[in-house]
Design a protein around this ligand. Sequence first.
Ligand code: HPA
Ligand code: ZN
Length: 343
Amino acid sequence: MRSPMQQFIVSLPKAELHLHIEGTLEPEMAFQLAAKHGVVLPYASIEAMRQAYQFSNLQSFLDIYYAGAELLRDEADFHALTAAYLRKAHSQGVVHVEIFFDPQTHTQRGVAFDSVVGGIRRALLEAERELGITHRLILCFLRHLSAEEAMRTLEQVLPFGDVIAGVGLDSSEAGHPPSKFAAVFDRARRAGLLAVAHAGEEGPAAYISEALDVLQVRRIDHGVRCEEDPELVRRLVRERVPLTVCPLSNIRLRVFDRMEAHNLKRLLELGVCVTVNSDDPAYFGGYLLENYLAVQQALDLSKANLALLARNSIEASFLAQSEQRRWFAAIDAVAAADQLAFR
Ligand code: HPA
Ligand code: ZN
């Protein structure tokens, strides 16, 4: 049974804008794929696997995340993974998803790019038809690899045209500033791709400014360290640059030591276009509903705050304005039913 607060969150139409599809691999599916591919996992049971998800920082998570991704080997695996995520998201009131995938993680070990994109895309199109969830697909470059490798990956995907909506930047942040990928992002933007980047998760606020100035990104993934530079925060408000914040991820990777210390509410009240997202839900203990609920409880968010977060997620999405207006009206209707003034 869902509590009234959970029901309220589910009833708000929401977009999820920061979700790594490889990070939705639940231990149950990992064991199924291991059996299918004849792989012996270093865990005695599904429960033991879940228990092993204890992280001290971003890198300690990435090591386990990349090991898990090795179980994804053919088109059917990527399809099953994506379909399971979309069913879950739909059950929590997610109406639009912008999904990251890391092609280099797969092509480096001999999995064909077509199998990766083909499986993900088939599940996205089915979910659009059957569940009404709309989508965009965003290719992330691994920032711990070279800019040349990122450029080669980009050249590989350009023929796929409108299948890929944009490019992003993920993996180990510290020591890999956005400017390392300036030429790759230039080329991507010239080809009509939208740009986003992880910045200000473990890296400094200066990486956020660099992502905006050098990579010309439309949103910042995470971005919570922006507070270290008050002028940057004022810029985010002024230019309405969205942040795709991932609360449970931030606690599990020790960006904040407890949820009560998270700056999401403060940023929201300052007027930053903050959104809530799940990042890698199979590893961080919850999907979108659990992320909304965790910040609602720890930061005592009002229903009006929650409606604003949902509205921000639509505004920050790459949906056309006409589609955004439709969802704004639907959110207004949910708020009106509760007599909320949230804007
Ligand atoms: N940060 C960087 N790289 C990632 C993340 C993240 O939160 N999730 C998956 N790859
Ligand atoms: Zn991420």
